[in-house]
Design a protein around this ligand. Sequence first.
Ligand SMILES: Cc1cc2nc3c(=O)[nH]c(=O)nc-3n(C[C@H](O)[C@H](O)[C@H](O)COP(=O)(O)OP(=O)(O)OC[C@H]3O[C@@H](n4cnc5c(N)ncnc54)[C@H](O)[C@@H]3O)c2cc1C
Length: 561
Amino acid sequence: ASFDYIVVGGGNAGLVIASRLTENPHVNVLVLEAGPSDSIDFNVTVPGLDLTVTGGSIVDWNYTTAEQPFLLNRTIAYPRGHVLGGSSSTNFMAYTRGAATTYDSWAALGNHGWDWNGVYPYFKKSVNFTAPTVDQSFIVYDKAAYSNPTGGPLHLSYGGYVEPISIYFTEGLANTTGLNLQPGEINDGFPLGQAYLPLTVNPTHMTRDSSSTSFLGVASSRSNLQVITSALATRLLFDPKKSTTVTGVEYRDAAGVLHTVSANKEVVISAGAFGSPQLLMVSGIGPAAQLKSFNIPVRVDLKGVGQNMTDHLFFGPVYEVTDNITTFNQFGSNATLYNQYLQQYQQNKGELTGAISSMSGYQRIDDSILTGLGAQALSALEPTWPHIQYEIIASGSTPVPRPGNFVSTAAVLLYPFSRGAVTLNSNSTSDKVTIQPNWLASPIDQKVAIWAFKQVREVMLSQTLAPIVLNEAFPGLQAQTDAEILTAIQTVAHPIYQASGTCGMKARADGGVVDSNLRVYGVKNLRVADASIFPIIPSANTMAPTYMVAEKAADLIKASQ
Ligand SMILES: Cc1cc2nc3c(=O)[nH]c(=O)nc-3n(C[C@H](O)[C@H](O)[C@H](O)COP(=O)(O)OP(=O)(O)OC[C@H]3O[C@@H](n4cnc5c(N)ncnc54)[C@H](O)[C@@H]3O)c2cc1C
C-alpha cells in the first residue's frame, strides 16, 4: 500500500499531525501506532483515575531506567503511553506552556520562527477553553491566553473537582515569605507566580481529552486517513539507489506479520522521546559507533540521536494529613468509597472529575541566593524564566510503607543541567532501549534541589498548613543538614515523565538531529515531530509544547507540499 504521508506513532504529536494533514481531502495519511485503541481501558477516560493508567497498566510501555548513579543507584519506573493518543491518553492532564523566553532561546539557536511570537498562535490553535465554573470562582485566569477564532479540537477546563490539599498549598505558597507566589495566568508566556492549571478535560462529561479523543475524533471519519493500531514500526525503508532517501516504513502487526508501506511524500516520526531515536538508530541514522556495535549499517552518522536527554526531576517531603483531606490513598484502597466516587462520577460530580494534581507555583530564585548556592549559571536565564515549579499531589507513601493519609509535595528542577541518553540494546524496535536520564549528575542541580526541598518544607510546616498537617512522614524533621536532605531527595526523587531533547532541533555540529523545519539532517523525506525535538526543555510540563510542535509541524509540511 502507498500513502502520501506515513506518521509513525499515533501519540500526542502524531495524531495532531495526521488530523491536520487530512484536512486536505487530496492528501492521504497512514498512522502506525504500536499500542491498542484507547477504548481498551475505561480508566483512561476518568480524570481522577489518572494514577492507575501509568505504571504497570496495559496501555503503558512500562519502561524502567538504568541505574541512577546520583540517586543511590535506583532503577526507576518510566511510564509512556502505549495506546492511541500516546502519553496524552495516560498523563496527568496538566496543560502548561512555560516561559516565552524559552522559545525565544529556541529561536536564538538558529530556529527561525520558533520564538514566542511564532509559537504562541500554535499553542492557541489546538485548544477550546472553558472558563472555571461558578464553584471555581477562586481560580484566577485570563481567557485571552486561549482565545482562538476557529476553536481547536482539544478541550481545556478546570475539571469538576479541586482537591482540598491544593487549596491549602496554594495559600501556603502565597503566604510564605521568600516565596510569595501570587495567583495569575501562567499560560500567557509569563508563568512566574502560581495557578490552578487548565486540564485536558472535556467539561461535557468530565472525560479526559487526548489527541485521540480530540484531533483523531474530528478526523476519524475521513476516507483519506487510515490508522492501524498494534502496528510496531520496525524500520524505515530507503530508496535502493539513494541510501539516504526514505521511501516507506516496515511494521509488524498484532499477529507478528511484517508489512511494508510506502510514502510518496514523507515519513514523519512521532514515536516520542524514546521511540523516535530508537527507530532512527535501528534504521541506520545515529552515532556510528553505537550502530556498528549492533551490526546496523550506518546511513548517516548523526551523533545527536538519542543524546542530550533532558528531563524534569520531581522530589519533596511527604506529609501525613488529617482525614478530611481527600487523597488517592483513601479511595484507592477502599472499594466502598471507590464505588461511591464512581457513582458520583457518572453524574459528572465528585472527586474523580479532577486530576490528582491541579495547581503549580513557578519561582525565579534571586540572584543573591543563586550566588550563595554556587548556582550562578541559572542567573543567565532571561528574567521571566522560572527555576523551580512547586506542586502537591493528593496521594503519597513513605519509602517504608505504613498506613496513613499522605500527600506528596514536590519541587521540580525546571532548568536542569544534567543530561542523559537513550541507547540501543539491539538492532530491533522489539527490544526496549536503555534510558539513562542521569538525574542530579550536575552539582548545580543538586544544590538547587536541596534549596528547593527546604522551601517546600517551610510551606508545609507554616501556620497556613498547620490545621491539616499531622507530621512529616518522610524524611522526618531529624533530616536537617544539606547532606541529609540530599539523601532524602535521592531516596524518593522520580520523573514526571517529561523526557525531551533526544532528537534536538539545533545545529548538527551542536548535537542537533533535525533542522528548524524538523527535517532529519542528511536524510530526504524524513521529519521528526514530538517531544524529542525540544532543543531546550520548556519551563513547564511537556504536553502543551508537544501539541504546539505538532501543530507547527503540520503547517511546515503543508507549506512544502
Ligand atoms: C504518566 C505521565 C504523566 C504525565 N503528566 C503530564 C502532565 O500532567 N502534563 C504535561 O504537560 N505532560 C505530562 N506528561 C508528559 C507528556 O504527556 C509527554 O511529554 C507528551 O505527551 C509526549 O508526547 P509525544 O508525542 O512526544 O510522545 P507520546 O505521546 O508518548 O507518543 C508516542 C507514540 O508513539 C508510539 N510508538 C513508539 N514507538 C513506536 C514504534 N516503533 N512504532 C509505532 N508506534 C510507536 C507510542 O506507543 C506512542 O503512542 C506526562 C507523561 C506521562 C507518561
